[in-house]
Unconditional design. Structure first.
Length: 269
């Protein structure tokens, strides 16, 4: 009887291992840690869009955003205002966190009807996020009455230490958000940190905690990002490659087969 039970366990374990290998063809993106009753890693819900204005328009220091192509876009008469994070970056550097499922946006000087000279052309959100290569939308200076501003997808936005400190001031070191927390590190590094020559001792008047320095804040963000991104090896998550999960399940299955086989050999001897 015991021998038969052992054979059953061997067969079941083999099935688990083989089944795990076949999971490579299954899309696991719909799972996350909470689905399996374990601690979930962060799921991205918003993208932070950065825009700078290269020439003044009729409402200095202000920029509104209209986005669409997703489940809950904006309406033209009640556009949200973007955050002016650096006032002296050209005619202002602005950002807004747009829900992830939206595809297109434009910016303008006012919420509602305005002359085309105070509007941008339509901008594709996907063009600002190209496989880890982040862009910032650079809106041109005045072209002519009745003519919308053109937009360049700039590779980066280098700034002075004070300007970059202002950008970091709007990042919450304790949040795992991909838009406004430490998981935004790759975007921050690509757009602002790497292309800039910085004085690391420059103070960041942090909106989310005690004042710190550029050096301390970027070191913290990078460390927390690396820590968070190491977690998907153990859990199903929307950011996971299914290969991670397949590897873990397959390893467990093969380990059980080995242990049961060695146990049976030992008892025979």
């Amino acid at each position: 009887m015991k021998k038969n039970v052992k054979k059953v366990w061997l067969v079941l374990t083999a099935v688990i291992a083989v089944g795990a290998g076949s999971l490579g063809a299954i899309d696991l993106s719909g799972f996350n840690g909470s689905d399996l009753g374990v601690g979930a890693v962060t799921t991205q819900t918003n993208s932070r869009i950065y825009v700078y204005l290269k020439g003044a328009w009729d409402n200095p220091g202000h920029m509104f955003i209209h986005y669409w192509g997703g489940s809950q876009g904006t309406t033209w008469g009640s556009l949200p205002e973007m955050t002016n994070v650096v006032g002296n970056y050209w005619e202002g550097l602005f950002y807004y966190d747009v829900p992830l499922d939206h595809t297109t946006f434009m910016v303008c000087a006012y919420a509602g009807d305005t002359d085309d000279k105070n509007k941008s052309v339509d901008i594709s959100i996907s063009n600002l996020f190209l496989s880890g290569d982040y862009k910032v939308a650079a809106v041109s200076a005045f072209i002519g009455d009745g003519v919308k501003r053109t937009v360049e997808n700039a590779d980066d936005a280098p700034g002075s230490s004070t300007q970059v400190a202002s950008v970091l001031n709007h990042i919450d070191s304790c949040s795992s958000s991909y838009a406004s927390g430490y998981n935004a590190w790759p975007q921050l590094n690509d757009l602002f940190i790497s292309p800039s020559t910085l004085d690391g001792a420059t103070v960041v008047e942090d909106n989310f905690g005690d004042s710190t320095t550029i050096t301390n804040k970027i070191a913290w963000l990078q460390a927390k990002y690396n820590e968070d991104q190491a977690l998907p090896v153990l859990f199903f998550n929307k950011q996971d490659s299914s290969a991670y999960s397949v590897t873990i399940i397959g390893f467990i299955g093969l380990s059980l087969i080995s242990l049961l086989y060695l146990s049976s050999k030992k008892k025979v001897a």
